[in-house]
Write a protein of this length. Structure first.
Length: 170
């Protein structure tokens, strides 16, 4: 994957999709998931949003590592001291991991709801509490994906804007 798009770091562009899709999908999943009919109706959309969120988080991590190397090389070439990215790289990795778990969980909940609602008789039906239990279990990765993505986004924004503010005001 190229590390730049039209001269801009790809990480800067891709990260916006991750910090939008993952928290919005998680919040919607948490908000509408308690209602079985809504899960059945919007489950595929939420699963799609979660998968897009994970994909953009994965690409953001990959391009973030390239950006990190580029910034370190530029600082070294300029004779600057060691560059610190704080906790942002680790927070980004955690956010990507939990975005993956959340995407898998939303797909699983969708499939459980779909199996429960088809009633085609070809498969042994799930217990009546099965979809609710699947949703309850999926709440954990949804909450973790939401929290870790917000933390990673905040640390990245702070890293950029704090440093930019120090540069502009010095």
């Amino acid at each position: 994957m190229p590390s730049t798009v039209l001269g801009l770091p790809a990480h800067v562009l891709l990260v916006h999709a991750a910090v939008i899709f993952v928290p919005v999908a998680a919040a919607l999943f948490i908000g509408i998931g308690w209602h079985k009919a809504w899960r059945q109706r919007y489950g595929i959309i939420l699963a799609g949003m979660a998968v897009i969120g994970f994909g953009s988080a994965f690409l953001s991590q990959q391009t973030g590592e390239a950006l990190q190397r580029s910034v370190r090389n530029a600082a070294q070439a300029a004779g600057a001291g060691r560059v610190s990215f704080g906790d942002h790289p680790e927070q980004g990795s955690s956010a990507m991991f939990f975005a993956f778990l959340f995407a898998v969980a939303t797909i699983a909940v969708y499939l459980v709801d779909r199996r429960q609602s088809t009633g085609d008789g070809s498969k042994k039906p799930l217990p009546v509490w099965g979809p609710t239990a699947a949703y309850a279990v999926a709440m954990v990765p949804a909450l973790l994906a939401l929290v870790t993505m917000v933390a990673a986004g905040h640390s990245g924004a702070t890293l950029v804007w704090h440093d930019l503010g120090n540069y502009v005001h010095s």
